[in-house]
Design a protein around this ligand. Structure first.
Ligand SMILES: Cc1cc2nc3c(=O)[nH]c(=O)nc-3n(C[C@H](O)[C@H](O)[C@H](O)COP(=O)(O)OP(=O)(O)OC[C@H]3O[C@@H](n4cnc5c(N)ncnc54)[C@H](O)[C@@H]3O)c2cc1C
Length: 341
């Protein structure tokens, strides 16, 4: 069996399939693990799934919840259980690829693009621009957004929570990622995007201006666009898509990596049993909830962040939103939130 792509989805699936007795050739076009534009936070259900699949966790910063800030107001909401993990993407890729290469049954081929060569089954784990979208078409989101990310050393006041600042230009994220570094990421609507947008936002928000006054950028600024992707059909004859190749919510949900890791067990079951329709059902449901949550959160940032400020004025709603985000509660059951909207 072949897996195209040794990112988080492909590498973790290779480990799980090989442990279940399959022989897997894992193709990765890059020679070395690379950074990628990302908020780098894995939500608690993703951390649990990763630990189960990989038999451990990479080094990173454990976070206990989120701090939302809008227009000078802030609310803290901790995860109802477990912890989140922030890991630099190059380190996450290195760790997962080492584990995959050390798993009997996995043949990891770095610096090798996937090309079909008559294998019995293929998994597309090659990300947002998957080559398999020629066969299983993908739809870009209606709302066009752009993401930026980098790292800084010396940001003051970094604690064990991911901080989300809502601003009329977009959202900015601050998180510890280990070794005294902070991940700094921003998401913008395309029409408000500017190449220096992240640094401008750091200067525009008084709290961030003070906390980053002497901070130094330690990695290049990386960008990704458009954000989000819908892939209605994720299986076909002897083909299954996983991770971003199977669809991605807007990164405002912080859910892409958790979805990738949580899809591994259903994918292994489907491949072993041949019941690909069940994987289509499960992956479709996960994707729809994340997609709706994404639309809802993007809505909060609109109207000069008035939605976000209104939410923070009702702090009881924030844990409800977090329950949805960490997959404890379906979005339809969040009645309070629906009433608010
Ligand atoms: C700005 C931004 C912020 C984000 N923030 C978060 C966050 O905070 N938390 C979160 O959970 N998610 C976040 N995400 C989403 C997260 O980055 C993705 O969901 C995640 O990377 C998906 O992993 P993947 O393995 O499916 O794809 P990728 O990480 O894209 O990996 C695909 C792999 O396939 C390889 N590849 C591609 N084509 C080929 C080929 N032809 N042959 C061989 N190899 C190939 C690539 O080199 C790569 O290694 C964010 C995304 C963006 C854009």
């Amino acid at each position: 069996m072949a897996i195209a792509g040794a990112g988080p989805a492909g590498a973790s699936l290779a480990i799980a399939l090989a442990r279940a007795g399959a022989r897997v050739t894992l193709f990765e076009k890059d020679a070395e693990p690379r950074l990628k534009a990302c908020g780098e936070g894995i939500l608690p259900h993703g951390v649990r799934a990763l630990a189960e699949v990989a038999g451990g966790l990479p080094d990173g910063a454990r976070v206990r919840g989120l701090r939302f800030v809008a227009g000078g107001m802030s609310v803290v909401a901790d995860f109802p259980e477990g912890f989140g993990l922030v890991v630099r993407r190059d380190r996450l890729h290195a760790w997962l690829r080492e584990r995959a290469a050390a798993t009997p049954g996995v043949d990891l081929r770095l610096a090798t693009r996937y090309a079909p060569c008559g294998e019995s089954f293929t998994v597309g784990a090659d990300g947002l621009r998957s080559q398999f979208h020629r066969r299983l078409p993908a739809r870009a989101p209606v709302v066009r957004r752009v993401g930026l990310s980098t790292h800084f050393g010396g940001v003051e006041g970094i604690e064990d929570r991911v901080e989300v600042f809502f601003h009329e230009a977009g959202e900015i994220y601050l998180a510890p990622c280990g070794g005294g570094e902070a991940l700094v990421a921003a998401l913008f609507h395309q029409d408000r995007f500017h190449r220096n947008g992240l640094v401008r936002l750091l200067r525009a928000i008084p709290e961030l201006r003070e906390r980053t006054a002497t901070a130094e950028q330690t990695t290049p600024m990386l960008a990704a666009a458009p954000l989000g992707l819908q892939v209605p059909k994720v299986v076909d004859d002897r083909l299954l898509l996983i991770g971003d190749a199977a669809g991605a919510p807007d990164p405002i949900t912080g859910d892409g990596l958790a979805i990738a890791f949580a899809s591994v067990a259903p994918a292994v079951t489907a491949i072993a049993s041949g019941d690909l329709a069940e994987y289509q059902r499960v992956r479709g449901a996960i994707g729809r909830t994340a997609e709706r949550l994404g639309r809802l959160l993007i809505g909060l940032g609109r109207f000069q962040g008035r939605g976000a400020r209104a939410l923070l004025r009702r702090p009881g709603l924030v844990p409800t939103l977090l329950d949805v985000a960490v997959a404890r509660r379906p979005l339809g059951a969040a009645t309070l939130l629906r009433a608010f909207l």
